[in-house]
Design a protein around this ligand. Structure first.
Ligand code: NAD
Length: 364
């Protein structure tokens, strides 16, 4: 029942929009012991519709008028979006930016809880969510927005720094990929764009949906790359920790990966190669990838470089948002379950000195 915190044995989940984020959220939900992936929607009977069927996911037609296109393509469907909404407790909307807001009334009319993505305006939901920073904000809510890949990456660093040292000011320059690898129509092809050209950018206010009282200014650029975003961070702290203390703090976080110097990973290309080498599905990196050598404290000023994999970092956050909305499980319980089922945490870190490395399985 919407509005109530319920503890169903299995949370029934639908994914509306099976694209870059939706396909990953679907796989993550299907891997949870307390969730059932009831089905996913597609607008077109393309290769992704076929892939969903091959994974054994029931396919629903997002736009009813397109049902015949699926029939003509020989792809069996289980119904339309409204049929899916009739049989789920929560829908994860992974539609292109703006369509989630249009879908809100449909979800409300069906009495299902809904999760939206970071491309939607914050006003689409009653809470913006990051598991590390504000899990309880989504507790029992009917409409929750998982913040963008960039805001997720910033939140995972800001939360521990703020709790441990206090924060006077965050300044972040976000060097953003021009498009995802499959987005062949996006650019720039050969340029570096101040984007938005106005300073500070809209990303700071988005961080404030998670941390209302943190003073944060952001600048954005878009570059001809597809694999990851790169963040350059300067955080003025309220105390003067040592560089090593900050490295230890960030290393201890569940969803950060401190890239050791000896790994010889110099950018997104090698990070993604590393992810594929350790068997990550689709080469996904769910963690913030922070260059350990870049973490440096000068007086009260902390500096670091991190990469976030825009296609992947919000995926475990969506799973945790489902539990916050639909169960009474604690943040710690949810995060541990999500991390263990997906394999978040890069246990086989190249800097592990304890000999406890997991055997690697190649993802070919
Ligand atoms: P995408 O274009 O890869 O996927 C969207 C999918 O929704 C496509 O398969 C499209 O066919 C489908 N779709 C279109 N209209 C639909 C409708 N009316 N009903 C159902 N499905 C429909 O987009 P994406 O990158 O997965 O982004 C989805 C959301 O996630 C956006 O809000 C975006 O801002 C956010 N997000 C994207 C990224 C990223 O880098 N890709 C990162 C974090 C958050």
């Amino acid at each position: 029942m919407p509005g109530a915190t319920v503890v169903p044995t299995m949370i029934r989940v639908g994914v509306n929009g099976y694209g870059t984020i939706g396909k990953r959220v679907a796989d993550a939900v299907a891997a949870q012991p307390d969730m059932e992936l009831v089905g996913v929607t597609k607008t077109r009977p393309n290769f992704e519709a076929d892939a969903a069927r091959r994974r054994g996911y029931d396919l629903y037609v997002a736009v009813p008028e397109r049902t015949t296109a699926f029939e003509e393509a020989g792809i069996t469907t289980a119904g339309t979006l409204t049929d899916l909404l009739d049989v789920v407790d929560v829908v994860v909307d992974c539609c292109p930016s703006g369509i989630g807001a249009e879908n809100r009334e449909i979800y409300r009319a069906h009495g299902v809880k809904a999760i939206y993505q970071g491309g939607e305006n914050a006003t689409v939901a009653s809470a913006s969510f990051n598991a590390r920073a504000n899990f309880e904000a989504a507790r029992g809510k009917d409409h929750v927005r998982v913040v963008s890949c960039n805001t997720t990456g910033l939140s995972r660093v800001i939360a521990p720094l703020r709790e441990t040292y206090g924060i006077e000011k965050v300044r972040a320059t976000l060097v953003r990929r021009g498009g995802d690898p499959a987005e062949t129509g996006r650019g720039p092809i050969n340029d570096v764009l101040p984007d938005p050209v106005t300073v500070p950018s809209h990303h700071g206010p988005d961080v404030n949906t998670i941390f209302p009282n943190v003073d944060v200014d952001t600048l954005g650029l878009t570059v001809p790359a597809t694999q990851m975003h790169t963040h350059s961070l300067n955080v003025t702290l309220e105390s003067e920790p040592s560089t090593e203390a900050v490295r230890d703090l960030l290393r201890a976080e569940d969803r950060t990966f401190l890239i050791p110097e000896k790994a010889a990973i110099d950018g997104a290309g090698k990070l993604k190669e590393f992810a594929r080498d350790v068997g990550r599905p689709r080469g996904d990196l769910w963690e913030n990838c922070i260059w350990e050598e870049s973490i440096n404290v000068v007086g009260r000023d902390l500096y670091l470089f991190q990469n976030v994999h825009q296609e992947a970092d919000v995926v475990p956050e969506n799973v945790d948002a489902i539990r916050a909305m639909c169960t009474d499980r604690s943040a710690a319980e949810s995060v541990v379950t999500t991390n263990e089922t997906l394999g978040v945490g890069l246990a086989a870190r190249p800097d592990d000195a304890n000999g406890g490395r997991e055997p690697l399985v190649a993802d070919d």
